[in-house]
Ligand binder design. Sequence first.
Ligand code: 1HE
Length: 257
Amino acid sequence: MNPDLHFEMQDHIAVVRLNRPAKRNALNDALVNALREVFSNLPAHARAAVVHGDGEHFCAGLDLSELQSRDAGEGMHHSRMWHSAFAQIQFGAVPVVAALHGAVVGGGLELAASCHIRVADETTFYALPEGSRGIFVGGGGAVRIPKLIGVARMTDMMMTGRVYNAADGERAGFAQYLVPPGQALEKALQLARHIAGNAPLTNHALMHALPRIAEQPADHGFITESLMSSITQAAPEAKARVDAFLQGRANKVTPKP
Ligand code: 1HE
């Protein structure tokens, strides 16, 4: 196991920590490959995962010390290596919650965007310094980040070097949750435990079908939705959960206090 990536199971939750604080958890090739390996080989009892970073920052993005002149073909393969690793996160076995703090920049933001839910603490800031480093996003950011914040905001960030703080970032759509400093990991674990209690088929549909449906033309999307809906409803677990509600044994939906 790569010492820059720490992995442990907490009951059914896989907890993955970027463990390179001296370099602000910058992602070198070995670390990107280690992420792919970890998410490709989660234990069978994993039901959800959390990704976080050691030290003062979540992740400083691409390890710039490895940025070397590559020809176009080599550059494409390098970018595809990142795609393959982050695809294992987005379209892997279990939902992944990112716990963010400090810098979430460049490839670090691309990593966060490949997770299903993002929890940020108030120290978090978001940037895409690729624009000023003379490069472009290559870890799936051009596809995933506009889905969070829109093309216009991403263009602005890369053209002008704009940095979003945690509160503005939450409003823009980077994170779904904003918590006080130091509390992102605990909140992410709490959410992961809730997710782990869902019917696995529902989680699967949310990870694998929903993003595809959202990209389909509406008339295709409606059909795919119906198929997924009938598959999840047919599972014995769905019937048991609905019966539990009807018999007063399941939580009601309650407004937030
Ligand atoms: C690094 C990296 C890195 C830090 N690659 N070594 N990403 C960036 O352009 C962001 C560059 N980093 C920063 O802006 C800052 O480091 C931070 C805001 C993240 C943190 O600041 P700070 O003051 O806490 O730390 P520092 O003093 O800048 O850095 C501490 C050490 O980490 C230092 O090394 P040292 O040997 O001098 O101690 C830094 O050189 C090192 N370090 N960030 C390599 N990124 C698939 S395409 C994706 C393309 C991108 O991600 S481009 C964006 C790259």
